[in-house]
Ligand binder design. Structure first.
Ligand SMILES: Cc1ncc(COP(=O)(O)O)c(C=O)c1O
Ligand SMILES: N[C@@H](CCCC[NH3+])C(=O)O
Length: 468
């Protein structure tokens, strides 16, 4: 099919014709930048990742399933570690965490950022060195803080005055000095979805630099003998492509760093610029690679430190999505297909799969875009503009808003969605009592269950009304 015919197809579907879609001509091919490094299509059209054919993976483990490309995950972690050689790199576990992943992160020489007692428990259970852990959160409980202090976590990122007081009290009780960073808000409007931007003034995280609250918090930590002031922490948001936001944030954060040095006489040894580096969900997204990011961030920090006349502290970053996002895809089975007439006389093909918003809430929550491919066979049927939807009792249960799929897609086919490693399994729910899918690592033709599939029995175990 030619481009003008593709345009006609868009028009037919009443669609404004987004340029990120696969062109119908390559509907059987993968768009390499959206997939993990080892993903490829066989001549028969089936998707192979880590040397494992997803048809066999589904035959053994069922669907839906998250497929985690171990080599790709490790390569991305290593790329950050290598590029940011003068920085510390903390993998942000909120994107996806399991004990296996903690071990990979540690083996690749990265540190780990956790943001709850649960994530901390996974890290400790995996045998992570507590000194290489950082604990975040705007409302950490006393139990979480206690556990972190008792474990000897390397840094606790303080987010409120109440928490600073709690840390002082807990450290005093234990006769220890707690290592603390102070989370600040730089007042940056990051160019991302409102719900995943975190450095504008009107939100719950951190202490405002502009209002003076951040300086007061730093002074409070500094004067407490029970606390060791490590430095400032700033995270401007997630899925960000433009380094301008980091630049503005770094300027404001380093200005505060310099003020602390001048007025309190303290040279804080560390500075954390957070995570947030965007990935390609569609061909419209053009992310920077770690080497570019490292060069840009390194220059920004050096320039600002020189401008403010302070030494360059040890800088750290916290990428989550950029490491695990592209390393995983989700494989679904198609259950049913419907052609639905639109008001304008056009039609839309709804392809229903066996998962949905319970394993990927991002389309419903952030209007996120994804792409997909037919994963079990080659098809030379005419491409049709399809919407991939889940099985939940909710019309917003959309997995992929628009994608070309062969028009003969039907029950029993497999559809794979790339880029689902970050904030999909980790934000999964049991909505409609649909069990959460497993995460299956693949490497060198072998599969390894990283998280097993949830069962109905797992869910019923919580139901105290169950008799017998
Ligand atoms: C404090 C902090 N660090 C790191 C991250 C990881 O962000 P991303 O996965 O976008 O790299 C987040 C999440 O947005 C965060 O809140
Ligand atoms: N959960 C968000 C990212 C923000 C998470 C951490 N602050 C997403 O899926 O994009």
């Amino acid at each position: 099919m030619r481009a003008h015919e593709a345009g006609a197809l868009h028009a037919q579907a009443g669609h404004r014709g987004p340029s990120w879609l696969h062109t119908p001509g390559n509907v059987n091919d993968l768009v390499p930048q959206l997939w993990s490094g080892t993903a490829k299509k066989t001549a028969e059209g089936s998707l192979v990742i880590g040397g494992v054919d997803v048809r066999e993976l589904v035959a053994e483990h069922g669907s839906p399933a998250f497929v985690l490309d171990e080599e790709d995950f490790r390569a991305r972690a290593r790329a950050f570690k290598t590029a940011f050689k003068d920085f510390d790199v903390f993998y942000a576990g909120k994107a996806f965490l399991s004990t296996t992943v903690v071990r990979w992160v540690m083996e690749e020489g990265l540190n780990l950022d956790v943001c709850s007692g649960g994530e901390l428990a996974v890290a400790l259970r995996a045998g992570a060195d507590p000194k290489r852990l950082g604990l975040h959160g705007n409302n950490k409980s006393v139990a979480e803080l206690t556990r972190a202090l008792d474990a000897g976590v390397g840094r606790i990122v303080a987010d409120s005055l109440f928490e600073i007081d709690r840390l002082i009290a807990l450290a005093r009780e234990r006769g220890i000095v707690a290592p603390v960073m102070v989370r600040v808000t730089a007042g940056v409007e990051a160019h991302t979805h409102e719900y995943i931007a975190t450095a504008h003034e009107d939100q719950k995280f951190g202490f405002s630099i502009a209002s003076g609250a951040a300086f007061e918090a730093v002074a409070r930590v500094n004067e407490a003998p029970e606390l060791e002031l490590l430095g400032l922490h700033s995270h401007i948001g997630s899925q960000i492509f433009d380094s301008a936001g980091f630049e503005v944030a770094a300027k404001r954060v380093i200005s505060l760093h310099a003020r602390v040095s001048e007025e309190l006489g303290v040279d804080m040894p560390e500075l954390d610029l957070g995570g947030g580096f965007g990935i390609a969900y569609t061909t419209q997204d053009d992310p920077s690679d770690p080497a570019q990011l490292a060069t840009e961030l390194g220059k920004i920090v050096e320039h600002e430190c020189r401008a403010f006349g302070v030494g360059v502290p040890k800088v750290s970053i916290e990428p989550g999505r950029a490491i695990v996002g592209p390393a995983m895809c989700t494989v679904y089975s198609v259950g049913t297909v419907k052609e639905v007439a639109l008001d304008n006389g056009a039609a839309r093909t709804y392809v229903s799969v066996d998962g949905g918003m319970s394993d990927n809430i991002r389309a419903a929550l952030y209007d996120a875009d994804y792409s997909c491919t037919l994963a079990n066979r080659y098809s030379d049927a005419t491409p049709t503009l399809a919407r991939v939807v889940g099985k939940h009792c909710e019309s917003g249960d959309i997995v992929v808003k628009d994608e070309f799929l062969p028009s003969d897609v039907g029950p029993g086919d497999l559809v794979a969605v790339p880029g689902t490693g970050a904030y999909c399994r980790s934000m999964a729910s049991n909505y409609n009592h649909v069990p959460r899918p497993p995460v299956i690592a693949v490497k060198d033709g072998q599969t390894r269950v990283v998280l097993r599939r949830e069962t109905e029995d797992d869910m019923l175990l919580l139901d105290m009304g169950v008799e017998g």
